[in-house]
Each structure stands twice: as structure tokens, then as C-alpha cells.
Design a protein around this ligand. Sequence first.
Ligand code: CP
Ligand code: NVA
Length: 307
Amino acid sequence: MGAIKHFLQFKDFSREEFDYLFARAAWIKKEFKAYRQYWPLVDRTLVMIFEKASTRTRLSFEAGMHQLGGAAIYLNTRDSQLGRGEPVEDAAEVISRMCDIVMIRTYEQTILERFAAHSRVPVINGLTNEYHPCQVLADIFTFIEHRGPIQGKTVAWIGDSNNMCKTWLQAAEVLDFRVRVSSPPGYEVSASEAGLTGTGHFELFTDPMEAARGADLVTTDVWTSMGFEAENEARLQAFKDWQVDQEMMRVAKPDALFMHCLPAHRGEEVTAEVIDGPQSVVWDEAENRLHTQKALLEYLVLGRVKD
Ligand code: CP
Ligand code: NVA
């Protein structure tokens, strides 16, 4: 048996693989919108394991698997043996004998890696403390739909150097664009934490306005991610000048897009005027989770296919 392909972090795939996935996602989306049935995954099963809350990730994977003709099973740590101390390795051995692909949302990336190392089937990262590759896959597909290729473009990341930020940094290396990051003191990202091989695709700014200046895309995320709730009060103080508002959008390119993976907190990391305004593409991002993940499921289960 050859090595199993997993999607545990963005850099697990090459640029050429992403080009393939974006093209497949566009075709799958077009067929779905035209009500043409496409069932390549009949009799195939996705198991989804959630250790953290989710709306979009669960819905897009579950609906997507059904739309491809397969089945999706939801497990969480509250009402399965996963929350009662069964070793991750044992769970991986058992679960992967009963399905064709697994998606996991958990805390540390190492949990996901241990599961994948003992899985007979592909494993997808549905969000960890470190990375959220499925979201950035959808976000870049959304950028391409609105503005064409992302290569050579400039993305401004404003706020926490969290799982989304680190994934954008990996994507910049793989797909050759730039990310300008501004985080409050003490919350800055480092290249090694993001798992980068070089430093050539990102730049750090102390002033968020400078990071946004001239950007093709301005993006942000919650100040307190899941698992960090105990830090919420301190973060509300530290991040208050890192809000994306209309003034910040004005220094970006005139046709700059605004993105947010959602859920959002209006009045904290972004103003209502921006997220509900004309430059915002947040609903397209959310919808594209469905189409891009259908392409991802097809690719990981079946390999490359022709239309
Ligand atoms: N953006 C995202 O992953 O949303 P959920 O937490 O609702 O899955
Ligand atoms: N950074 C956020 C993303 C939620 C989809 C979190 O990890 O909670």
C-alpha cells in the first residue's frame, strides 16, 4: 500500500495540486448549481470527529458528502469513547477500518498527527489550535472567483496570530503571494510556529493601518479562538486597536476584498459597516467551504478524476 495522502496542514499539498482542486471545485460547483447529480462517492463514508463546536465545518462536510452520493457520520467527544481516554492511536485503528475518509476538529495538531499515523484512510484537518487549512482553501477559491489568480497579490492579516493566520502564511509560501501581518505586542506570529520554510512571503507590522495599506485582501478573525476562552478579558484589552473598520479598508486597494472565516464579533475584530459592506465576501467564503471540500473529498478518496 502506498503512503496515504492526508490534508493536515496547507503545505501538505503542492501548488499544482491546489490548481487541480480549484478547477475541480469550480466544476463541482457549476454542476451542483445546475441540479446535475454527481455521485462519485456512492457507498463511501466520511467520519467527522468534533472536539470543538462547529456550524460551517460540520454542515459543509456532511452536506457535501451526501451530495457526492456518500454518507457522513458525526462523532463528538461528549458521547463517544473518544472523550473517555481511549488512546487516539486505538481510535484511529478502529475508525479507519469502518470508513473511507476522516475529518477531525481538535485541539493540538499533534493529536491529529497521531491519529493520521495510525489511520488506514485519509485524514482531513477540520481545525486545530495551529491550523485551519479547509477554510483557507475556500477563501483562496473565493478570491480567485472574484479577482483571478492570487499569485503575486498582497493579503493583510489583522489581529490574532491564530490557526487562520498561520494557515494563510503557509498558503502564501505554497501559492506565492505575500501576507502582511499586524498583531498586538505579545501576540505576534513566528515563522517557525507557522511551519514555514522561509520568511520571504510575509512581513510583520506594528501598525495595522500599515499592514492594510495597498492590500488586495484584508482579513481578520476573532480575538479569542476556541480553547483560549480564559484569556478573553486580556485579549479584549490587547486587541482593541486591531479592528478592521472603514478607515482601514480605505487605505487598502480600492477594489480590496474583506474576508472573515466566521463566526464574527461585530464591534470587536470588525465593524458591522465593513463585514456587511460592499467589499465583504464572507457569505461566498462560507458557501465555498461546501464546493471546495467536495473537491477535496473526491481527491483524497478517488485521486485525480476527469470531468
Ligand atoms: N469557519 C468555520 O470553520 O466555522 P465553524 O466553526 O462554524 O465550523
Ligand atoms: N480562529 C477561530 C476560527 C473558528 C472557525 C477558532 O479557532 O476558534
